[in-house]
Design a protein around this ligand. Structure first.
Ligand code: AOF
Ligand code: ZN
Length: 367
């Protein structure tokens, strides 16, 4: 006998297969079960396309009547790009609905569940809820803060170095780990670096994958004094869009105009004691439709996100190499702290191996 958790796991697996493809929407999976037989299943594939439940009901047809619907996110109750799934659930006369977690979207926020319950259908909420929340961490953060989800990513040696003293860093990790970075880039809306990284490495910051559909994230460059060289590779917008974030006190209007003529978007934010106001920047990026940002350094940029408490997740590749050297580069620069009590505390969530390298996933410690 399969349990509620088994069917919800199936729905979660369906949802997970669309991770990175549904932005700004969440990933959602749905499974319809009648007398122990799966009569329908579906997932939300892309914003603007039908929701998971619609696909599952289409597959099930008349078999939906009397079935149990397992869905990883509360069915919606609003008219967005698509009509409310809760109405469809009621109309199809299922006998029970099992929901992993509520939809934090203020347009929904419990109304979907109420609509279904008011029609006399039993709803159970909370099956595999932790997993469902983790799966939609980006969407939930967006809904609660109206800001993009910020991921800090870097690769370091076992002794915590990201480059030699003269900035050489090719390569710290092996090919498998580096390919994995491109898979991550393929699934985020934006990738962010400081102008220092552009000046030092002249990177392309695009996604390079051998197979599958490649989607380049928008490149966001922090450049408070507009030092961007006109020949920088990131100014070639034929493959990916570029946003330069600069200070409102920047008065180089001629350079701004030249960059805008090249198709670059310039975002102006005020400065605070630590440089550009990153909170204001995130507010603006979200308004431009960016739901997550992969921060790829350098050390000063990483440190300013860290000190502002804006990092939501860490992806740290660790290579089995020791570099040593008191001037080798570290992932986070910024101010020197005096005691360990001042350290930012994290929680390790998991580790994976790519070739000889490890990927550690960590989150800020919950208080
Ligand atoms: C569901 N099932 O598969 C998804 C849901 O613009 P729309 O019509 O696509 O609505 C998007 C919102 O609907 C999204 O922000 C979230 O609250 C909900 N997403 N809901 O029941 C789904 N993708
Ligand atoms: Zn829906």
């Amino acid at each position: 006998m399969k349990t509620d958790r088994d069917y919800m796991q199936l729905a979660l697996d369906l949802a997970a297969s669309a991770l990175g493809k549904t932005n700004p929407n969440p990933v959602v999976g749905a499974v319809l079960v009648k007398d122990g037989v799966i009569v329908g299943s579906g997932l939300h594939r892309k914003a603007g396309e039908p929701h998971a439940e619609v696909h599952a009901f289409n597959m099930a047809g008349d078999h939906a009547e009397g079935a149990t619907l397992y869905v990883t996110l509360e069915p919606c109750s609003h008219f967005g790009k698509t009509p409310p799934c809760a109405n469809l659930v009621v109309k199809s006369k299922v006998s029970r609905v099992v929901v992993a977690t509520r939809d934090p979207n203020p347009e929904v926020a419990g109304r979907g569940i109420r609509l279904i319950e008011d029609a006399g259908i039993k709803v159970d909420v909370g099956v595999l809820e932790d997993e469902a929340i983790k799966l939609n961490e980006r969407f939930i953060h967006n809904m609660l803060t109206s800001r993009p989800f910020v991921i800090s990513k870097f690769a370091m040696t076992l002794d915590g170095k990201i480059a030699t003293s003269n900035g050489h860093s090719k390569w710290i990790t092996g090919e498998d780990a580096r390919n994995h970075v491109h898979e991550i880039r393929n699934n985020v809306d934006a990738i962010l670096v400081g102008i220092g990284t552009v000046l030092a490495d002249n990177p392309q910051l695009t996604t390079r994958l051998k197979t599958g559909n490649v989607k380049n994230p928008i490149r966001v460059i922090l450049d408070s004094q507009l030092r961007m060289p006109m020949e920088a590779k990131v100014l070639d917008t034929s493959e990916a869009k570029t946003i330069i974030v600069t200070s409102t006190s920047n008065i180089d209007t001629a350079k701004v105009a030249t960059l805008e003529d090249k198709g670059i978007t310039i975002v102006f934010v005020k400065k605070n004691n630590n440089g550009l106001d990153l909170e204001e920047m995130l507010d603006q990026l979200y308004k431009l439709g960016i739901t997550d940002v992969l921060v790829e350094g350098g050390g000063e940029v990483n440190a300013s996100f860290l000190r502002a408490g804006l990092i939501n997740k860490y992806l740290v590749y660790i290579a089995p190499k020791v570099l040593g050297g008191k001037n080798s580069k570290s992932p986070f620069l910024g101010e020197d702290l005096q005691t360990m009590d001042d350290a930012i505390e994290l929680e390790f969530e998991s580790y994976q191996q790519f070739g000889q390298d490890l990927l550690v996933t960590a989150y800020p410690k919950k208080r």
